[in-house]
Design a binder for this molecule. Sequence first.
Ligand code: WTA
Length: 647
Amino acid sequence: MSETGEISSILNEQRLFSPSVGFSENSQIGDLETYRNIWNYSKNDPEGFWGRKAEEMLDWFQPWTKVLEWDEPHAKWFTGGRINASYNCLDRHVKSYRRNKAAIIWEGEPGDKRTLTYQQLLNEVCRCANAMKSLGVKKGDRVTIYLPLTPELSIATLACARIGAIHSVVFAGFSSHALAERNNDAESKLIITADGGWRKGAITPLKQNVDECLAESPTVENVIVLKRTGQDITMQPGRDHWWHDVVDSKSHICEALPLDSEHPLFLLYTSGSTGKPKGILHTTGGYLLGATLSTKFVFDLKENDVFWCTADVGWITGHSYLVYGPLSNGATTFMYEGAPNFPDAGRFWKMIETYQINTFYTAPTAIRAFLKAGSQWPNSYDLSSLRLLGTVGEPINPEAWMWYREVIGGNRCPIVDTWWQTETGSIMITPLPGSTPTVPGSATLPFFGVVPEIVDANGKPVPVGSGGYLTIKQPWPSMLRTIHGDDERYKRTYWSKFPGRYFTGDGARMDKNGYYWIMGRIDDVINVSGHRLSTMEVESALVSHPSVAEAAVVGIPHEIKGEAIVCFVSLDSYAERDEALEDTLKSHVTEQIGALARPESIRIAETLPKTRSGKIMRRLLRDVASGRDSGGDISTLEDTQSLESLR
Ligand code: WTA
């Protein structure tokens, strides 16, 4: 994809896999015609469709008066309705035959194990909610959650939802600086963290990061600290409280607050095309409906399934498919704390065998890493419990898709390649496993209620087979409502490029069967191991180093990560250029953002190639970084010498 905006599409995949008769017969949507009928109904009468689903799938304290109020680009869903997400994920199941069913089955990286039934989970959530209340947290307050992937992570999010506090989960791999930035934007009163988390046998010093963050975060009044790794940490009396002191002693009863359907449920920060992360705001009723409905149909959920989504709750995938979607459906969700290759590349497969996992939902980057580690790892375990596989986060290359199907799925399990975003809240384009024939690399067809269209730069639909910008034509319940504190940016980013449409930021093409092929971001966002990063964010991290004068960051294709970060920097005239500088700068970026942003390589140049108007020519840098000859136009380049020196 080039900076001039033209998008070319080259994938040409012919293999087609239909669901087996056995799978279709036992699935919720067993043929393509049924899917099409429901989709057409949802498109032609969205309010009828969503109103019916909201009634069928969720418990409301008070019914809504209007399904949708649409004042573009602001949507209100189920206005007048009162609901609580935590009630829907817990209480209603506790009142049913599911009371003693496992809600969460968890394994820690060191091998410790826990299972929480719906009743037990409800009790813990209530205790945590009561602890937050005792620390002065009220409806509408923001709470930052910075925890390892333990049951407490789900407990804390549901406890916020229970009392109407707005959670902002920050992935535990982010640095103290990144945490402070998000925490300050949200103006959180409370941080919930742990002493540390386990990753590849080592400890991530979470509390220490929080301490550093607090030096820059004036709004925080209290910190709750879960004891997980047990190393020495500093606890500031009056401000820092151990989880086992403030939570365990509280009552296990805490009524779920009936909240307005549009009450904010959470903020989740994601990268955009500027250096400042965006606090994506999701609200209660609509989000919960999107998560609940998609979990049930995309994963063809069965009462006895053990459902494993490998994402961390620090990302939207974890919010929707580890916490809200499965629990709202009364499913059993499996959670694993640590690294996929610890102590060896068989860890995931061993857990699939042990827990008899039925549905496995992971990211292409993980699949590529497993492919590289070798089939002998999965082949030494019994994976026959698997019924369904899923992927999310980035385009999956057909080679990885085929390996996933053959080696993990035993040629038996359908694969759902699900396209969606932090902003969309739930899955948007996806096969339905019992009805949609799949093609490696295609996310196939829109989910119910989702009306995508691919357009050119002028907003005109493009012909079948041509690449263009992926837009969504109708509002949907789990769409983001705004960017926290910056509604202008919300309008500008998503609704101004193509008036009347939501712009996804992705390029795509549709083939003659109506299947969608996602081609990746067309803005300054790169996708490293399925994690969204803004090139600007990395650039501002680099220029915050005293030696760096200017920085330009590009993504280049990478065998496992999908994309890798390559940085071009020019140095301040006083800077010492020594051997260690590249490593120093890599570590600096890691400290500023987190290990997920560690650059693959840093290239130091005299100057960066710029247009006459002073814009850095990233297209050229991308070519240089990936070793391509710049076939492109360099007539606007001010100083051709700079390009030569970079080569
Ligand atoms: C990319 C993750 C191709 C896309 C749920 C999107 C995908 C961004 C797919 C959102 C997929 C996600 N095929 N690309 N199946 N799923 N993407 O917000 O570029 O972390 O815009 O949400 O990931 O990333 P986010």
